[in-house]
Design a protein. Structure first.
Length: 499
């Protein structure tokens, strides 16, 4: 009965006129961002974050969450229609979705993606509602040593989920953690890595770095990429699915939802990995695997269900442990802190309306997305005909205005430009910026819990291995790191990402 009462509180919060309006706005903007390749939810949330300062925390989080899972929906549109995924998690959808479009079945592919996403999102919302309080109860028994070990495990696990070289991903994490140390020491007040710049005494502005790495860097990449330019879109076709189509997609949707829900909790990009894993599983269990890659409807249903389920279960570690599972969740941590809310296990007891209101809004938002996506396909198709060279000046202007609005500082705008150029260099070097952003967010918390654990342990470093939970988490982190560095595992991982 407690769960029913809590969900009742959530729906009463989410169904208020203001929250409904911002949920719709977030879903609409997210879909638009997913349709337009090259921007992504991280940069969009960073740009819109200053606009949420006057809102209640629950309203702001509902809108930002809608942008995130709305982008997962929208990105499937371009993946199917023009073979250009708006998000990395929709790359797999393009394999069969675009072939279906070429065969005149784009409508069926889009309907399959929308219905599979809605079902997966609904199941993932239920998982968050049931698992969230349980994990929060466990997390309340955590001390500084356990939190340090858990965050260390999260950073190491994000390396496993990052594409490319393990060494480069580790280097990005180290760089992110170092950047997180810029500013004043939390205990002594001494300046660290400020180089005499008073603007750095409060640390690096998170929004500026996120916009630079994920906004400006992507713009630079897209300006030299011919595929980012407008492509012609053919006839969409009927959106109605036959009984045979439904029979074919039921099991892939169920399996994709399960895989995505589990992998979404893991740090580093579970929605993307879940989509790949779901597609490969369907190909293995199929009696006709040769159909995959040639327009198999199962090849659309499974990855779309997986990436949407993964996108929403990634809220579990954020809301229960205060640890972001991916770059977008890192932005959510920043949004909560800016609104005076401390993410972690106490959020359910201290901010029940926020926790349960967000969960209820996810189901409402998924329903809105189904209603939005199918009728608006014609508009998205027309939008795709706009040349990218006309869009990028608008995006740059929004980035500059958004960063300046956060602290009214031209220094932060220059910081954004600098990290934009740095992000472009990282792309050229094959270094993924997501681990850097996770390191930047978790670095200060990692240091704080390390120092608190050492203080409570009277300077004894064995406190991390004498406490059972902490020792187990450290052992898992070490095992994960050793496994990734083994030649055979490293080669298999690289082949998997290449496929």
């Amino acid at each position: 009965m407690t769960l029913i009462a809590d969900l009742g509180l959530g729906f009463s919060t989410a169904l208020s006129l203001t929250n409904l309006l911002y949920c719709f706005l977030g879903a609409l903007v997210g879909t638009l961002i997913g349709v337009l390749p090259g921007l992504g939810p991280v940069a969009t949330i960073a740009m819109l974050l200053p606009l949420t300062f006057g809102l209640d925390p629950v309203t702001a989080l509902i809108m930002l969450a809608g942008i995130f899972y709305g982008a997962q929906y929208g990105s499937s549109t371009t993946a199917i229609l023009i073979n250009l995924p708006g998000e990395a998690s929709s790359v797999v959808t393009a394999l069969d979705g675009y072939k279906m479009a070429r065969q005149g079945q784009a409508g069926k592919a889009l309907a399959t993606a929308a219905l599979g996403s809605f079902f997966a999102g609904s199941v993932a919302t239920l998982i968050i509602a049931t698992m969230g309080p349980l994990l929060s109860g466990v997390a309340l028994s955590f001390g500084p040593a356990e939190y340090f070990s858990l965050m260390l495990l999260g950073l190491v696990a994000s390396v496993a989920m990052a594409s490319g070289s393990v060494v480069k991903a580790l280097a990005m994490i180290v760089v992110g953690v170092i950047l997180g140390l810029v500013g004043q020491d939390m205990y002594t007040g001494a300046s660290r890595l400020t180089f005499g710049q008073s603007e750095l005494l409060d640390g690096l502005e998170f929004v500026a770095i996120a916009m630079g790495l994920f906004g400006l860097a992507e713009i630079c990449q897209n300006l030299e990429d011919e595929s980012a330019r407008a492509s012609s879109v053919g006839r969409v076709g009927s959106l109605l699915l036959t009984r045979e189509d439904f029979r074919r997609i039921v099991k892939p949707v169920l399996r994709g939802t399960g895989i995505g829900s589990v992998l979404g909790i893991l740090p580093g990009g579970g929605a993307t990995i879940g989509a790949f894993a779901a597609y490969l599983l369907e190909k293995r269990v199929s009696k006709t695997p040769e159909r995959f890659g040639n327009g198999a409807i199962e090849g659309v249903a499974a990855p779309e269900s997986a990436n949407n389920a993964g996108a929403q279960t990634s809220f579990i570690p954020l809301l229960t442990l205060g640890i972001p599972a991916n770059a977008t969740m890192a932005m959510m941590v920043g949004a909560l802190i800016l609104h005076g809310v401390t993410p972690g296990p106490n959020i359910i007891s201290t901010e029940p309306a926020l926790f349960w209101g967000l969960i209820a809004s996810m189901w409402i938002g998924n329903l809105m997305l189904v209603v939005l996506n199918l009728p608006l396909i014609g508009i998205w198709v027309k939008l795709l005909s706009v040349p990218y060279r006309m869009l990028f000046p608008i995006i740059v202007a929004l980035c500059c205005v958004g960063v300046y609005t956060v602290s009214n500082s031209t220094f932060d705008v220059m910081l954004m430009v600098g990290f934009g150029l740095l992000g472009y260099v990282f792309m050229k070097l094959g270094c993924e910026p997501t681990p850097l952003l996770l390191g930047l967010v978790l670095g200060p918390m990692l240091e704080e819990n390390l120092r608190r654990a050492m203080l409570t342990g009277r300077g004894d470093p064995t406190v991390f291995v004498t406490r059972p939970i902490s020792a187990t988490l450290l052992a898992l982190a070490a095992l994960c790191l050793v496994m990734m560095l083994l030649p055979k595992v490293r080669k298999t991982r690289e082949v998997a990402f290449e496929e």
